[in-house]
Design a protein around this ligand. Structure first.
Ligand SMILES: CC(C)(COP(=O)(O)OP(=O)(O)OC[C@H]1O[C@@H](n2cnc3c(N)ncnc32)[C@H](O)[C@@H]1OP(=O)(O)O)[C@@H](O)C(=O)NCCC(=O)NCCS
Length: 177
């Protein structure tokens, strides 16, 4: 794939590639893992199939050694003159095995090195400590609040972001605590 940054070297054992229509079942399985409805959204097959062909979207999947899908990330708001790219959704089939980190690391390389965006941002539930810890480790910082509707009631999500300058200033992974 293009746009692989040096920072990805440490995660090179996890293969990553753009998703295809054939990956939708596995992507849906990832976002429907038990307990995930508390922290991540889910789409129908039709919604994923439509999103996959949107020029403003990118889907990346992480694979195990047998080429099975172990996680995915969806980017949105990609445009030729985009100043910010949204990391719309990220989920791992099995937590704590490095797939989330590999996916986000690659997504940031794509956003800054390939797309030349000025900023990457996402929304995370404040109770999602695991997600926020991962985003913080990769250089993202809290950047405001987003008012949303959840189950018909108003709720507030945390916005986290990283700009191109902070991305380039990040320490290599070997120096990251
Ligand atoms: C959030 C998510 C994508 C992270 O992916 P993951 O594969 O579990 O994370 P990784 O294994 O790559 O671990 C990332 C880092 O977080 C750390 N971490 C793992 N569990 C943690 C925890 N409970 N609390 C804090 N940090 C934790 C790991 O040590 C790792 O750091 P390291 O690479 O320096 O060792 C994944 O857990 C997930 O799919 N969660 C459910 C869906 C979700 O919440 N998505 C995000 C919505 S905003």
């Amino acid at each position: 794939m293009t746009g692989i940054a040096p920072q990805l070297a440490a995660t090179a054992t996890i293969a990553l590639r753009p998703a295809t229509h054939d990956d939708v079942d596995a992507i849906m399985a990832c976002e429907r893992q038990p307990g995930y409805d508390d922290t991540v959204g889910r789409w129908s097959r039709e919604e994923h199939l439509a999103a996959l062909v949107e020029p403003s979207h990118r889907y990346i999947v992480a694979l195990d050694s047998h080429s099975a899908v172990m996680g995915f990330v969806i980017l949105q708001e990609i445009a030729p003159a985009a100043s910010a790219v949204l990391v719309r959704r990220i989920a791992a089939l099995s937590q704590g095995r490095g797939h989330g980190r590999a996916l986000l690391d690659h997504a940031l390389a794509l956003i800054f090195d390939e797309l030349g965006a000025a900023k990457a941002w996402l929304r995370v539930w404040p109770h999602n400590a695991r997600g926020m810890a991962l985003y913080t480790k990769l250089g993202m910082r809290e950047d405001g609040l987003s008012e949303v509707q959840r189950n018909g009631a108003p709720a507030v999500m945390t916005i986290m972001s990283i700009d191109a300058a902070r991305y380039r200033d990040r320490k290599p992974r070997s120096e990251t605590p």
